[in-house]
Design a protein around this ligand. Structure first.
Ligand SMILES: [Zn+2]
Length: 153
């Protein structure tokens, strides 16, 4: 069974299956990529055709990075996540790059996380780091816009 056929995957098992697919011990994967990756469903039509047949994972709270595994390959796609509201919030890989030399995985993921964190703003009410997809406007998150300002989303 491939990593992306299993809907019941728990986070640690996602890490294990990613490490297995790219052919490295779990701890080495954690050193290079961090941990607690979770499978994300990227709706067809939200990404370029060439990355449709990729199993995508995301990490961070708020989400900071995505990696994608190509079926039958140890190459890893690394991407900045972009949150889009559809039937609910979905994360899509915004500009994936292929990492063939996995020793460069950490550098690639760190760059994506740094860029992504620059888009966070700290909400003036709850003071939580808030990515663009959860911002009502400026430095106000959607939750506080609803509970403090009475906005209905
Ligand atoms: Zn808030």
């Amino acid at each position: 069974m491939s990593a992306w056929d299993d809907d019941t995957e728990q986070p640690v098992y996602a890490d294990e299956s990613i490490a297995a697919q790219v052919g490295m011990p779990l701890v080495e994967f954690w050193h290079l990529a961090g941990r607690d990756w979770q499978r994300v469903d990227v709706p067809l039509g939200e990404v370029e055709r060439e990355v449709e047949d990729v199993g995508w994972y995301a990490t961070g709270d708020p989400v900071q990075a995505m990696i994608g595994l190509l079926h039958g390959s140890s190459d890893v796609l690394v991407s900045r996540p972009e949150g889009r509201w559809r039937y609910g919030l979905v994360y899509v890989p915004a500009s994936p790059v292929v990492v063939e030399d996995l020793t460069e995985l950490r550098t690639a993921i760190d760059a994506v996380c740094t860029a992504r964190r620059r888009t966070f703003r700290w909400c003036r009410y709850c003071r939580q780091p808030t990515p663009p997809e959860y911002r009502h406007e400026g430095d106000i998150c959607m939750g506080c816009a609803e509970s403090v300002l009475g906005v209905v989303h």
